[in-house]
Write a protein that binds this ligand. Sequence first.
Ligand code: ATP
Ligand code: MG
Length: 199
Amino acid sequence: MPDNSGQHGRRMARKKAVVDAAIARADQDKGLLLILTGNGKGKSSSAFGMVARTLGYGLKVGVAQFLKSRRDTGEEKFLGDQPGVQWHVLGDGFTWDTQNRDADIASAQRGWAVAQGLLTDASLHLVVLDELTYLLNYGYLDAQQVYVDLAARPPMQHVVITGRAAPQCLLDLADTVSEIQDIKHAFRAGVRAQSGIDL
Ligand code: ATP
Ligand code: MG
């Protein structure tokens, strides 16, 4: 039998009072900017988890995937077909290998124009900008422009940005930032990408 009258019970009661007070203080609603960054696995898949949660409430979602090395991922197959989802794959025009910087910049800007459409559509409860950070880090998009467009979005719209090395100006604007640390990844032990886990 648990002894709730003892030291453990008193400690738990104090903890509950602190947690209850923190929950009572958090009484605001707002459209959040979330950034999932870092070298570990789990950034995009976390963003798609929030897409699933949002769709569970019958709310609308826009997804823009800025870099995509593989087509036919599980997330696109399943979530892209759901009612209420707009799914844009914007990475096809990039020519990383040919180092054609002008073409890359033009393609990135065409992609950002699509994102601007999502960020001005108040019917979208959630917008995911998957792998956006790379375009900022390569200098293909103007971080200031991205900042301004994010800041001007509809007040109740949530946005999730994924990608390694998120620039400081986005971290400053964000409400929630998680850095996923790489401790181990099966790929380095020679395991190829697994359906449902990696793609
Ligand atoms: P996921 O889409 O699985 O959540 P992610 O968005 O965090 O991954 P990305 O850098 O976008 O990471 O990489 C996507 C692909 O690369 C996935 O197949 C993922 O398993 C793999 N990957 C992610 N991080 C690492 C890593 N540190 N080492 C090797 N492969 C990785
Ligand atoms: Mg990713």
